[in-house]
Ligand binder design. Structure first.
Ligand SMILES: Nc1nc2c(c(=O)[nH]1)N[C@H]1C(S)=C(S)[C@@H](COP(=O)(O)OP(=O)(O)OC[C@H]3O[C@@H](n4cnc5c(=O)[nH]c(N)nc54)[C@H](O)[C@@H]3O)O[C@H]1N2
Ligand SMILES: Nc1nc2c(c(=O)[nH]1)N[C@H]1C(S)=C(S)[C@@H](COP(=O)(O)OP(=O)(O)OC[C@H]3O[C@@H](n4cnc5c(=O)[nH]c(N)nc54)[C@H](O)[C@@H]3O)O[C@H]1N2
Ligand code: SF4
Ligand SMILES: [Mo]
Length: 745
């Protein structure tokens, strides 16, 4: 029998095994000759880094052999994000550096866009072409006709560049394809978002409710460790998921909800919490507004009502509500992270926020803590000129509550037939594989065909680089400095990333790329430090440290200014909402014509013979960025489609058989996928891991392995409140034979 603890592999016991495994595997990969292994000598000078394999940004140490070969990365003990332990992806991060299929030189397109015929270019030539085109676009249409899509550490540099250039069209997929609805819903309710790393006090919780949030497969390190600790201390886990996730396997309650009906369950929980007087009366009275309206509103949303919608039995709804209240305020109804599901996601997350408010968990031990972050001194730059037109002017009135740029709005605005208020003609795309990240790929490709300039800055020859006019190869995170990590946590802290090795091939760090482009655009004043290490040293000295000290420490933690991790007993708290209270009822939403209290709406059901396509993460991969990583493909090199046995029987599908998927718009997957027959998925849905089914032939390890969920996501339910792209609205059926094609073996 597995113990409770070792399900989560980065906890102390389980991690050991997996990380050691990955580590020794790594040695074989990088030092292929056995005699080298025997004589392995380490260079004792370790270099500090923080991980870029996902955005949890764990801090670690990079070790090299005495010959200077990067050998291993391990977690930094002082780091709050990882507590000295990296997840399998972080350990395998070396594979990004050693991947021989990396981008190696700047490339300029020579044939029709998309044909993928490029010639090698020098950096100077490539940057000259880009700067020339950017100036042309600016002169013809205005600087805001250039848009930036970015994800990862480079974002900071290109954002400065774009602001200096005069464009505010700066989008990250982590908003409208990921966390946007959650952060907006929590801001509407508490006046504050939940940040990254999330401010969930999981280690001290007594009850953790996971609604679709699949921690354990979602391998965000500190959270996984804290969940493991909470389980050891006897916390009750309640998992709501149509799939029996890893977390469900460790839960006291698994509620296999009918997908797309979560709001009904949440409303029934609110009903139970209010009408059984489970809520924290003192807290609600002191801190909340709109309780009476909420109480009246949920009157009829009984567990019996929700049962008909969610298929969750009334007694399960009641008893889980009771469990939450027994644990309160040390209870977390987890806000999740990738929450763009059904287009009413802001409302769903409002319901989640409301339950946390009723149970008094916000600002309380075992609920949500108050984050602290280290404020670095800002570098003095010339003022940015306010852009003449913002992204929100593209389609006036759309997505009124979007707090950040909506990537899909920029994409839509790139297609002239959509009649945007002004044209978008150039994209600079850094560290985001838009083809697999933004749903409705045909729409993205149509937009790309309308561009005058597409620049892709990446480390790998991904799908997006295939469409670019100019490709700039960035070196990997192990070969560069980046901005200091000062993200929020229980204590303020700083972490350093520095190069463990010189950039391989003809690649460069992001800071340098942005600065050199700025020079070509006449914007060098916005990058006063020629070398990033001088900037970091300057910033660290302002903070009473230095680059030299941080190279030794890697991570520096500071004490909080005050003992205020949680609300003090009877503390007067001013929330950053209009009413300065927690808004259960939202007058602001009402003023914009949206439901002031979350409403359940029925979503379309799969047609006969089709199943809802749901997707998620595998512990050893991050989106598509790790797809070709030699270490991680060794752990998992394709996805499979989870099919309920009842459905498999109906279709005559067997375990291990390769099939294609076809969606409601008759799109068939490019590649075939292995069937996994399992009771762990409801009969009305199928499940695949995101990030597979790559079409780029240059990536030999991942080309044609598994299928892409994105390819099947052509129907998108956009959240009218903030523009989030609901992606779980697609239905697929099975294709067992495809003309002229053999299934993979
Ligand atoms: N269908 C579908 N779509 C989704 C999701 C899903 O589950 N399914 N998930 C959504 C979520 S939650 C998110 S956060 C987004 C993530 O979206 P993205 O961040 O776009 O995800 P990736 O596909 O990993 O693309 C990352 C790109 O960055 C490149 N890269 C890696 N390291 C570096 C580096 O150091 N420098 C540079 N310049 N490039 C680098 C990689 O090679 C890759 O091309 O996707 C969203 N879209
Ligand atoms: N290993 C690994 N870890 C990661 C990442 C990664 O790429 N790899 N990416 C990170 C990022 S950026 C993000 S945003 C997070 C995303 O991770 P999370 O926010 O935890 O999860 P989601 O992707 O929203 O949800 C996936 C789960 O939702 C379930 N689900 C599908 N439909 C429904 C439904 O209608 N109702 C309910 N209740 N559940 C449903 C699926 O079965 C699956 O278990 O993971 C982070 N951690
Ligand atoms: S959770 Fe894993 S992949 Fe993400 S930053 Fe930490 S070690 Fe890297
Ligand atoms: Mo995400």
């Amino acid at each position: 029998m597995t113990t409770r603890r070792n399900f989560i592999r980065i906890s102390a016991i389980g991690a050991g095994a997996l990380i050691a495994g990955a580590g020794s595997y790594k040695i074989l990969k990088t030092l292929s000759k056995p005699e080298e292994l025997k004589n392995l000598k380490l260079d004792l000078r370790r270099t500090a880094t923080y991980c870029e394999v996902c955005f949890w940004k764990c801090a670690g140490w990079v070790y090299k052999t005495s010959e200077g070969k990067i050998w291993k990365i391990i977690g930094n003990d002082e780091d709050q994000n990882c507590n000295g332990r990296l997840c399998p992806r972080g350990t395998g991060g070396l594979g990004m550096y050693y991947d021989e299929e990396r981008l190696k030189t700047p490339l300029i397109r020579v044939e029709e866009r998309g044909k993928q015929v490029f010639r090698q270019a020098t950096w100077d030539e490539a940057l000259e072409v880009i700067a020339g085109k950017m100036k042309e676009i600016s002169a013809k249409y205005g600087p805001e006709s250039m848009a930036l899509f970015s994800h990862g550490s480079g974002s900071a540099y290109y954002t400065t560049l774009f602001k200096a250039f005069g464009s505010g069209n700066i989008a990250e997929p982590s908003y409208a394809q990921c966390r946007g609805p959650r952060d907006d819903a929590f801001t509407l309710t508490f006046g504050e978002e939940v940040y990254s790393p999330e401010i969930t006090d999981i280690r001290d919780t007594k009850c953790l409710v996971l609604i679709g949030s699949h921690i354990g497969e979602n391998m965000h390190n500190g959270q996984v460790q804290e969940m493991s600790d909470a389980i050891d201390k006897g916390a009750v886990i309640i998992t709501v998921d149509p799939r029996f996730s890893t977390a469900a396997g460790k839960s006291k309650y698994w509620l296999p909800i009918k997908p797309a009906t979560d709001i009904a369950l949440l409303l029934a929980w609110i009903h139970e919490i209010i009408y059984n007087e489970y809520y924290d009366k003192k807290y609600v009275e002191k801190y909340c507004t709109g309780f009476d309206k909420l109480r009246e509103y949920v009157k009829d949303f009984t567990p019996e009502w929700a049962y008909g919608i969610t298929t969750i039995k009334p007694d399960q709804i009641s008893s889980t509500a009771k469990e939450m209240s027994d644990a309160a305020p040390a209870v977390i109804v987890h806000p999740g992270r990738h929450v763009t599901w059904y287009g009413d996601d802001t409302q769903r997350l409002r319901a989640v926020a409301i339950i946390n408010a009723l149970l008094g968990s916000w600002g309380r031990r075992g609920g949500f803590y108050r984050p602290a972050r280290f404020d670095l001194a800002p570098v003095k730059l010339p003022p940015f000129k306010a852009p003449a037109r913002e992204w929100s002017d593209l389609f006036p009135g759309k997505y009124p509550l979007a707090s950040l740029t909506v990537s899909n709005a920029i994409i839509d605005a790139t297609v002239p037939e959509n009649n945007p208020a002004y044209p978008v003609k150039g994209w600079l795309v850094n560290g985001t594989n838009l083809i697999s990240t933004i749903p409705n790929t045909p729409n993205t490709l149509k937009a790309i065909q309308n561009l005058d300039l597409l620049v892709a800055i990446d480390t790998m020859p991904m799908e997006i680089t295939g469409w670019a006019d100019v490709i700039l190869p960035e070196c990997t995170y192990l070969e560069r400095y980046d901005s200091l990590r000062t993200g929020p946590h229980r204590k303020p802290s700083i972490a350093l990333r520095m190069p463990a090795a010189e950039p391989m091939y003809d690649t460069k760090p992001g800071y340098q790329i942005a600065r050199e482009l700025a020079v070509k655009l006449g914007l060098q004043d916005y990058f006063p430090f020629e070398k990033q290490e001088d900037l970091l040293d300057w910033q660290l000295k302002q903070a009473g440290s230095s680059l030299e000290e941080m190279q030794r420490l890697g991570v520096k933690n500071f004490e909080r200014d005050a003992d205020d991790l949680y609300f003090a007993e009877d503390e007067e708290v001013e929330f950053y909402t209009d009413s300065k209270k927690i808004e259960l009822f939202s007058p602001y939403l009402e003023s914009l014509g949206f439901d002031p209290l979350p409403r359940y709406t029925q979503h379309p059901e799969p047609p006969e013979g089709y199943y809802r396509l749901i997707y998620g993460r595998a512990p050893m991969h991050t989106f598509s960025r790790t797809a070709n990583n030699p270490n991680l493909t060794d752990l998992m090199d394709e996805n499979s489609v989870w099919v309920n046995p009842k459905v498999a029987k109906e279709w005559g599908l067997i375990n291990g058989q390769y099939i294609w998927l076809k969606n409601q718009d008759d799109i068939v997957t490019d590649f075939s996928v292995k069937v996994r027959v399992t009771e762990r998925i409801r009969w009305d849905s199928v499940y695949i891991v995101h990030g597979f089914g790559h079409k780029q032939q240059q990536m030999k390890r991942c080309f044609g392995r598994g299928v892409s969920d994105t390819q099947m996501i052509t129907k998108v339910l956009v959240d009218p409140i903030m523009g989030g792209t609901g992606m779980r609205s697609n239905f697929v059926t099975f294709v067992t034979e495809k003309a002229g094609e053999e299934v993979a073996s």
